[in-house]
Design a protein around this ligand. Structure first.
Ligand SMILES: [Mn+2]
Length: 309
């Protein structure tokens, strides 16, 4: 991987569609490293309205939404599926990720499915190769760790996560800044949407399954963004009996976006894959084009019934 990087002149760092702190944090840390190597670097993300909570990440302002024509290498971060890149990549591609469902679409694939975040994959590569992690890089790497571990609450959180956090803290990561930006800042629109979502939420199978159906109308009424839905979904997993949660949302592009969450033995990645989606055991998703919310719901319910039988 490093030889390929050293030989390249203009490198594009790709964060996935609707990027999260893990994808963008990984790209940000790599950006700093490549600047040190005096490379020409472009931070690319096809999504134009990126979640503003992530604006604390170094190089956020450098993000571009046009893929540069003259690039000779691309590196993708946290993109399990090729289509999540949101662009046709015709140059050599390094695929750095931790999703079990990764399609291995890269020229070089650096995938560690035991890692809790893509920033953990990158952090360990930097450590192994004795690459100096400065405070900017430490903050970006910590952001991905914090977000993907849901603030160190996710079941996958372990000694390896805490060791990484400790090391990044020593390296001057702005840990409390990351926590505030990712978990404490709230918009009025997001809070309003949460209220509406919990009012409309249904509980099925003796309250072991939560369903949120989020219409375009609900989103527009609250002025909420697509990313604002996720918080309510996560919170509903805290209900005492809940083992599985499904959220279906009408996206602005007309697609139906499904998000699944589970705890314990239930594997939502398998469920999502029956719809051509992917993700992790406890958090997965898929999207469907050309169908109504109700028809996707009916199909998803069929799969859930199978699962809960
Ligand atoms: Mn991730």
């Amino acid at each position: 991987m490093f030889q390929t990087i050293h030989e390249a002149k203009h490198i594009v760092l790709i964060a996935h569609i609707n990027p999260d702190a893990d994808s963008l944090g990984s790209a940000s840390a790599m950006y700093t490293y490549l600047m040190r190597l005096e490379k020409k670097v472009t931070l690319f993300c096809v999504t134009e309205r990126v979640n503003h909570r992530l604006s604390f990440l170094p190089w956020f302002d450098k993000m571009r939404h046009q893929f540069p024509a003259k690039a000779d290498l691309a590196i993708s971060f946290d993109c399990g599926a090729y289509k999540r890149l949101g662009v046709e990549v015709t140059v050599p591609l390094i695929n750095i990720d931790h999703h079990k469902s990764n399609e291995r679409y890269g020229t070089i694939n650096v995938i560690d499915t035991t890692a809790i975040s893509t920033t953990q994959v990158l952090f360990e590569i930097f450590m192994e190769n004795e690459i100096k992690i400065n405070p900017k890089m430490a903050t970006a790497l910590y952001a991905g760790l914090l977000d993907d571990s849901h603030g160190f609450l996710a079941p996958k959180t372990d000694a390896r996560s805490f060791k990484m956090a400790a090391r990044l803290s020593e390296l001057k990561a702005e840990t409390s800044h990351c926590a505030t930006a990712l978990f404490h800042e709230n918009s009025l629109a997001a809070l309003r949407l949460k209220g509406v979502m919990f009012e409309k939420m249904s509980l099925l199978f003796d309250a072991r399954v939560v369903v949120h159906l989020v219409t375009r109308r609900m989103m527009d009424h609250c002025g909420a963004r697509e990313v604002d839905c996720e918080a309510a979904l996560e919170e509903s997993m805290g209900l005492p009996q809940v083992e599985l949660a499904l959220m279906l949302r009408e996206n602005r592009d007309g697609k139906i976006k499904a998000s699944l969450r589970s705890i314990g033995e239930r594997d939502v990645e398998v469920m999502a894959s029956t719809f051509g989606g992917g993700g992790h055991r406890h958090a997965a998703g898929f999207d469907v084009a050309g169908e109504s919310l109700d028809s996707v719901y009916e199909k998803a319910l069929g799969i859930i019934k199978e699962e809960m039988r």
